[in-house]
Structure formats: C-alpha cells, structure tokens
Design a protein around this ligand. Structure first.
Ligand code: ATP
Length: 234
C-alpha cells in the first residue's frame, strides 16, 4: 500500500533521514521506533508532504506521493496526526472534528465517521462543546486522532501519540489503534515507547541516526536480545 523508497530528507545542510525504505501493507499496523532525533518525525513528514524529500520516492497504491501538496495527500486517503497535534484550541471538540470532514462538506453523510470516533473515545462525546484547549493531553490526542479519522483515511499515520500523556490513557490510545485497524484501516505509528508499540504492531522498523537499523516482525524484534537490551531496557 505504502512504499517509501530510499528517501533522504535534509534540513538545510543536515541530513535527517538517509536512504530510508519502508513498506506498509494494507491492514497492517507498522511501528517505527527509535531514540530522540533518530528521524522518526521527519519520516512521517516526508510521507505526509509536510517536508520536501531530497531524493527517493514515496508511493501510495503505486502512485507517487512525493511532490503532491499536503491537502491532496489527505484527499487520497492518507491522514497524518503530527506530534504537536495542531488542534484549533479555541474551537469546540465538535468543531475540530467537523473540520476533519471538510472533504465531505455539503454531503449529507459528512459526519458519518463520528459514531466510530465516539465508540473509540467516549470522552470526546461527553465533551463535545468543550473548547479543545481545555482538554487534558490525552483527550487532545484522542481529538487529534478523531479529527484524522473524520477524513476517512485508508492509511492513518500517528507521530508519538503517547507523548505527554498519563499512563492510563496511553494504553487506551494504543488499544484504539488496534480497533482502528480492525475497522479496516492501515496504521503507521512512530513511537519512542517501543515495548507498547511492538505489542500492538505487526511489524516494526528501528531508526538510528536517520537510517533503518533493524526491521522485522514485532514478535521477532521483541525477542531479539539486542533490541531487548538497547531499546526495551530488559
Ligand atoms: P523526536 O522523537 O525527538 O521527535 P525524531 O526521531 O522524530 O525525534 P526528527 O524530529 O525527525 O527525529 O529529527 C531528526 C533530526 O533532524 C534531528 O537531528 C533534528 O534536530 C533535525 N530536525 C528536525 N526538524 C528540523 C528542522 N525543522 N530544522 C532543522 N533540523 C531539524
């Protein structure tokens, strides 16, 4: 479904990811793990059209995504939840969700995915009229994911959804990722919390200083002694 081929992305002189290749098949949950500054966010930005790639190709269903404007990438079925979430702080939960469905404006079924979003995150339904800025960190992450789901993506990309969130909500968010996949979507998730991510993922890539250092099945990586020592603290 998604094929990232030897992609290099640089900020001015600094190469953030170098010759990175990853594959995501339909229906998978794929985790990209790695330490701070390994290039995980840059990889997602390069796919989502938020950063221009220097070389390589990004293909979605066999068609080039690189060079395509960000809003058209969303329209093709790729949703992206950035690390900083970029909610509209002064707007209500409901309005933030509605803005996610702008592709369907004027259509009677514009808000159709709401039911699924509420089933994943009942807290959002309870807080529909609350301003986004007054939500807790975890609730804001739920809203950002909910808003992305309103675009009806086939591929959902999440940048460190666990960041700045209390532990109880972290597991809720990871469980919601499984439900999103079970509802027929494909998920690419970038995380520093590798253990939790491997638990829900089918496959994973580990980035180190901008390169793919290791890749494999999630269970296989979890059993790998080097991974256990270096990344899982076991
Ligand atoms: P983190 O978990 O801390 O977000 P990451 O794995 O997502 O880390 P990136 O944010 O992709 O890593 O950063 C990779 C490298 O690129 C880092 O060295 C970072 O300082 C650099 N970088 C990221 N964004 C920019 C930018 N806008 N301008 C210049 N350098 C950047």
């Amino acid at each position: 479904m998604l094929s990232v081929r030897e992609v290099t992305t640089a900020y001015k002189g600094l190469v953030a990811i170098s010759n990175v290749s990853i594959e995501v098949e339909q229906g998978e949950i794929v985790c990209v793990a790695g330490a701070n500054g390994a290039g995980k966010s840059t990889l997602l930005k390069s796919i989502a059209g938020a950063e221009r790639i220097r070389s390589g190709q990004v293909l979605f269903d066999g068609e080039r995504l690189d060079g395509v404007p960000q809003h058209l990438i969303t329209a093709r079925g790729v949703a992206y939840v950035p690390e900083n979430r970029r909610l509209f702080p002064r707007l209500s939960v409901h309005d933030n969700l509605r803005l996610g469905s702008y592709l369907y404006r004027g259509k009677p079924d514009r808000e159709q995915p709401l039911e699924f979003v509420f089933s994943l995150f009942p807290r959002l339904q309870e807080r529909l009229e609350q301003r986004a800025e007054t939500l807790s960190g975890g609730e804001q992450q739920m809203l950002a994911i909910g808003r992305a789901l309103m675009t009806r993506p086939r591929l959902l990309m999440l940048d460190e959804p666990s960041q700045g969130i209390m532990p109880k909500l972290v597991s809720e968010i990871f469980q919601s990722v499984k439900k999103i996949r079970d509802a027929g979507m494909t998920v690419l998730i970038v995380e520093q919390r590798m253990a939790e991510c491997l638990e829900i993922a089918d496959r994973a890539y580990i980035l180190q200083t901008g390169r793919v250092q290791m890749q494999g099945g999630a269970a296989e990586l979890m059993d790998n002694p080097d991974v256990r020592k270096a990344y899982l603290g076991l």
